[in-house]
Design a protein around this ligand. Structure first.
Ligand code: GLP
Length: 241
């Protein structure tokens, strides 16, 4: 794993946006794996700026998001589809039909998971997967205990994750109890992974990832076995290492 240590959130975002736009310029029909959460807001803002300044074309790019809440449709302000539209897609020239996010309102959720997994394969797999990290070391919504062999599946969110994400909802009760997420094996199949971490909130997870053993108790720890991972982390996120 290559670690790029940066001062703060702004530097992390800038560096991440550079790596993503380099990937798209290098391969115009890149398949990008995308993530949500507070961590990615600055990266998407920097990516939009880069796009506007340099006309980097996303016309042939296809995207797959990591996860989506169950029960929130595209119009819900807390759905990840809504987040992606607001933060990124509406600014780029990417056709919306090339942007994929699990459908958390599908009538048959198991079928939706299988469809999503298959679609990623049909597109030739993910070239660059962007990843955040949960405070408990989760990636996507793969909570501690998730099998490393897991593919796209339905998960019950842990209380700590629901609590951590409650800040985006008007009350903690509104946070959905379940989500669809790419599995750990799905994520690990990506050709390259870009992991971002900023702030003290992430320091415990980052130290467990870097210094602990590879264990399902800390899902992100599996990333140490991937041949092509870049981690961009700021001083605070690295403060316990
Ligand atoms: C959520 C998402 C993850 C994300 C994590 C961290 O649980 N499913 O993909 O990495 O939160 O979020 P934040 O960036 O807001 O700290």
């Amino acid at each position: 794993m290559r670690i790029i240590q940066v001062n703060d959130y702004a530097d992390m975002s800038q560096k991440a946006a550079e790596l993503i736009s380099d990937q798209v310029r290098k391969k115009r029909d890149s398949v990008l794996g995308l993530a949500t959460g507070e961590t990615m807001l600055g990266t998407y803002a920097a990516l939009v700026k880069e796009y506007q300044q340099n006309n980097t074309s996303y016309r042939e790019v296809r995207t797959f998001n990591l996860d989506e809440y169950i029960g929130l449709d595209a119009t819900h302000p807390n759905s990840y589809r809504h987040y992606m539209h607001e933060q990124l897609f509406r600014f780029l020239d990417i056709p919306l039909s090339q942007t994929h996010i699990p459908n958390g309102c599908a009538p048959l959720l198991e079928e939706e998971c299988a469809r999503y997994e298959q679609l990623i394969e049909q597109c030739g797999g993910i070239d660059l997967q962007l990843l955040g990290i949960g405070q408990n070391g989760h990636i996507g919504f793969n909570e501690p205990g998730t099998l490393f062999a897991s593919t796209t599946h339905v998960v019950r969110l842990s209380e700590s994750t629901r609590k951590a994400n409650a800040r985006f909802f008007s009350s903690a009760d509104e946070v959905p109890t379940h989500a669809i997420t790419m599995g750990i094996a799905t994520i690990m199949k990506s050709k390259q992974i870009l992991l971002l971490a900023s702030g003290e909130r992430k320091a415990w997870a980052i130290s467990r990832l870097l210094e602990g053993e590879v264990t399902t108790d800390v899902p992100a720890s599996i990333l140490k076995t991937h041949p092509n991972v870049i981690m961009i982390a700021d001083d605070e996120a690295l403060s316990l290492v």
